[in-house]
Design a protein around this ligand. Structure first.
Ligand code: IPM
Ligand code: MN
Length: 353
């Protein structure tokens, strides 16, 4: 296969983990006879530093013309004082919206050998293999009106969802559940919010088209609790934008570290693949970042962006093999398995593909 991939390394540890993901993709191409063409663009603080906006026009144009986009991270504390629309993070929000990336997939698994590196008892975490499907282009993140009142004494954001916005992400989630253990939990706050009631109603209607998938509903507070008490009980968790933001970080921490979590953001055009961890400026340049989130994002790019499922599986097997050989990034290192550094861990994965 020939495929074009746009790299947006971004800020902080973004460039290091993007390099790790590219090394893995290059190895896959070499071993399995594909041709991937990489191009690179500026985004976030990296774009701001060159005097451009967080999402420069040519970055957006390039992202529309490739087969898939691989992003490192955006976020840079030196721009923290700016209004929301001029911060590095706004690039991500604009890109999601401009490309119509309404379905965000965030898998969280208990990696073999890492059951003890998280905050939970290993026997509670064992067997965890869940997928958060987060609606990504609606809800509070984008609702209008929004803003601070002219006297600065109040502020407003709007939570709004249309039936169509709920329907399309719900179809994606059910289709994914069909390929997994066929259990879908829809997370809302229907005991309080009208939007959540519409969410629950719409998910239920769509669910009747997937009788082979078991649908249940959970309030977000209860879901947050269950995620720490019995994470292995979940298969697919479907939820709206803000709840999904919060629950996916929780899922990452539960599985050992946010550094392990990959993501795919999908719409009808090219998908965006990025680790969930963010720019972690304090870790940048120290060769300590965990590349697993980015490497598994590359695996998701292979599977969901290019339809190369077997190739994606070979990347996951290589990560498992590197872990079982004792390689560890800093955040998941232990006394028994000390940190081997970002580049060494990546090489260990590459060697096992
Ligand atoms: C994420 C991030 C973003 C979000 C930020 C950086 C805008 O936290 O991808 O989860 O809130 O969606
Ligand atoms: Mn987040």
């Amino acid at each position: 296969m020939n495929a074009s991939i746009l790299l947006l390394p971004g800020d902080g540890i973004g460039p290091e983990v993007t390099a790790a993901a590219v090394a893995v993709l290059q190895r896959v191409a070499e071993r399995l006879d594909h041709r991937f063409t990489f191009s690179e663009g500026l985004i976030g603080g990296a774009a701001l530093r060159t005097g451009q906006t967080p999402l420069p026009g040519d970055t957006l144009a390039a992202s529309r013309s490739v087969d898939a986009i691989l992003l490192g991270a955006v976020g840079d504390p030196s721009f923290d004082g700016r209004p929301p629309g001029q911060r590095p993070e706004s690039a991500l929000l604009q890109l999601r919206s401009a490309l119509g990336l309404y379905a965000n997939l965030r898998p969280a698994i208990a990696w073999p050998g890492l059951e003890g590196s998280g905050p939970l008892k290993p026997e509670v975490l064992a067997g965890t293999d869940l997928l958060v499907v987060r609606e990504l282009t609606g809800g509070l993140y984008y609702g209008e009106p929004r803003g601070v009142s002219s006297d600065g004494q109040s502020a407003v954001n709007t939570l709004r969802y249309s039936v169509e916005e709920i329907r399309r992400v719900t179809h994606r989630a059910f289709a994914l559940a069909r390929r997994r253990r066929k259990k879908l939990v829809s997370v809302d706050k229907a005991n309080v919010l009208e939007v959540s009631r519409l969410w629950r109603q719409t998910v239920t209607t769509v669910g009747s088209e997937y009788p082979d998938v078991t649908l249940t509903h959970e309030y977000v507070d209860a879901a947050a609790m269950k995620l720490v008490l019995m994470p292995s009980s979940f298969d697919v968790l479907l939820t709206e934008n803000l709840f999904g933001d919060i629950l996916s970080d929780e899922a990452g921490a539960v599985c050992g570290s946010l550094g392990l979590l990959p993501s795919a953001s999908l719409g009808e055009g090219p998908g965006l693949f990025e680790p969930v961890h963010g720019s972690a400026p304090a870790l940048a340049g120290l060769n300590v970042a965990n590349p697993i989130g980015a490497i598994m994002s590359a695996a998701m790019l292979l599977e969901y962006g290019l339809g190369l499922r077997e190739e994606a599986a070979s990347v996951q097997r290589a990560v498992e093999a590197a872990l079982s050989s004792g390689f560890r990034a800093e955040d998941i290192s232990t006394e028994e398995h000390p940190s081997t550094g970002t580049t060494e861990f990546t090489q260990a994965v590459v060697d096992r593909i």
